[in-house]
Design a binder for this molecule. Structure first.
Ligand code: GLU
Length: 511
């Protein structure tokens, strides 16, 4: 990329608050942020809310919360204060388009004076008829420039009469627009395929196309990085820059995201809103790492990056041209890696809300209560249990299901579940009884997995028991599950009393 343009990088994200931030938005946000920070530039947020009919309440709040969660801080524009209020900062305030009408009106006057834009008084009915006729004749829908050549006096008379109007761009005729997209390369379009598109709507608000370029220019944006869906609009924008006599920023259009079936990722693929992932307990560092890799890598084998490493290594040159596949398995894999790296204390505090919301525990500081039995336990007790799953789960929303058997006395199963392969009920009963005796002899403070393993293996050897025949029923009695950590680990985490209770229950079932 041209080094000269990189001394004073200013990029923006320009979301329309028409929904909650989805994974594709977050990727655009992240790439802009990484690009800005890589070049010590500025990352700006601008709210494009000129389409008043499509506004969704709470959308801006959602955006700012997602950014805060992700650790992405803007330099200018709206931000969340520590007590979660929305404020704005930056020298080009306001950063919300609905508050910038005076600016757009002033710029529009210049454009009309230059003869580059014009009033259009065509009625809805006329435009509809025109479209119908064009569809019938298999022509692309296009405004027929009917109002282009109204005289000043004609326009004034219509305005005086209070006639509703829009303002349209006077599209240059038969001109080639060429630009060099930083990802896609050279793109060229002939204006004969472009419309005299609307700049100011009948409600007085500017269209996206108009407000977007006015603001990018006034806010000194140097690079526009956005989703591929805007690439068709870019020639219109470039012509508008030319009409004003302004230099256009550089453009980079990011390839779309696909689902695993290689179709455009959509809501139908399940959760695509970032807040759903936050709720499921994905770690923000892992999520950002995953999002960064959706269409970019440093050209090395590295797959795990901190945000700072991403900033250091990010380059537009390494953004892929091909669409990226949004692969939840990969997200889970990366999230699992980050979960393993947490200290046990951090793992515990991340798990706790999920254990509470699933009705297993209630915790107030050091006081933890098992909901079902109302028993008070120490955080250390819960941590010992959690430790067993830190190497296994891939997201926090899985934790309650994974360990709930520790916090319930209602483990239901039938006696035959305790029988390993072809082992008989009689011999299973005998080995469980022997096991019970052995466990009873181990002191409470010695109830560690090492000691348990040593004692039980000794028992197995001495009595010539089958290992599976002895350990399977023990594990099943303790967990009620076909799959779980090994019985020594579960017994240690449960403690002597609960372990013996569960073994005893199993013996009663086998009798
Ligand atoms: N308001 C547009 C959007 O919602 C911004 C597109 C752009 O970045 O120019 O995505």
């Amino acid at each position: 990329m041209d080094k000269l343009n990189l001394a004073n990088v200013r990029v923006r994200i320009a979301p329309s608050p028409t929904g909650f931030v989805h994974v594709g938005n977050l990727r655009t946000i992240l790439y802009n942020y990484l690009f800005a920070k890589h070049y010590n530039g500025k990352f700006i947020i601008r709210i494009e809310d000129t389409d008043q009919s499509r506004l969704v309440p709470g959308a801006i709040d959602d955006l700012l919360k997602v950014l805060k969660w992700a650790g992405i801080e803007s330099d200018e524009g709206p931000y969340l204060t520590v007590d979660n209020k929305i404020k704005e900062r930056g020298e080009f305030s306001p950063y919300t388009q609905s508050k910038r009408s005076a600016i757009y009106n002033e710029q529009m006057r210049h454009l009309i004076d230059k003869g580059k834009a014009y009033y259009c008084f065509c009625s809805k009915e006329r435009l509809e008829k025109l479209r119908e006729a064009q569809t019938k004749n298999k022509l692309p829908p296009k405004y027929d420039t009917f109002c282009r050549n109204l005289t000043k006096d004609e326009v004034q008379a219509m305005l005086n009469n209070g006639a509703p109007y829009v303002i349209r761009f006077k599209m240059p005729e038969n001109k080639r627009v060429v630009f060099n997209d930083l990802i896609r390369g050279e793109i060229s379009v002939n204006t004969k395929n472009l419309d005299d598109y609307v700049l100011i709507k009948s409600d007085g608000f500017p269209t996206y196309h108009f407000a977007n370029i006015i603001d990018d220019h006034l806010m000194k944006i140097t690079h526009v990085m956005r989703g591929d869906e805007w690439i068709a609009s870019t020639p219109k924008h470039i012509l508008l820059y030319e009409a004003f006599g302004w230099q256009a920023p550089a453009f980079a259009h990011l390839p779309i995201l696909l689902n695993k079936q290689k179709k455009k990722l959509s809501k139908r693929d399940g959760d695509t809103a970032v807040r759903d992932f936050i709720e499921k307990g994905y770690l923000s560092e892992a999520f950002i790492n995953f999002i960064a890799l959706l269409g970019w890598n440093a050209g090395t084998e590295q797959e795990v990056y901190t945000l700072n490493e991403l900033i250091k290594q990010f380059s537009v040159d390494n953004i892929h041209k091909a669409s990226a596949v949004f692969d939840l398995d990969k997200l889970d894999w990366i999230n699992g890696l980050y979960i393993r790296k947490l200290s046990l204390n951090d793992f515990y505090s991340n798990c706790l809300p999920f254990l509470e919301s699933n009705g297993l525990l209630n915790a107030k500081g050091e006081a933890v209560v098992i909901v079902e039995t109302n028993e008070k336990v120490k955080p250390a007790y819960v941590k010992n249990i959690l430790k067993l799953e830190q190497t296994r789960i891939s997201k926090f929303s899985d934790i309650a299901e994974a360990i709930k058997y520790f916090f319930t006395e209602k483990i239901e199963y039938s006696a035959d579940k305790l029988l390993w392969k072809k082992t008989s009920r009689q011999s299973t009963l005998a080995s469980m009884k022997a096991l019970e005796l052995t466990l009873k002899k181990i002191k409470t403070i010695d109830f560690t997995k090492e000691k348990l393993r040593a004692s039980i293996m000794e028992l197995i050897e001495k009595n010539n028991l089958e290992t599976g025949g002895a350990l399977w029923p023990m594990r099943f009695a303790l967990s009620g599950r076909e799959k779980s950590p090994d019985p020594f680990e579960i017994a240690e985490a449960l403690g002597k009393k609960k372990t013996l209770d569960r073994i005893n229950k199993a013996i009663l079932k086998l009798l």
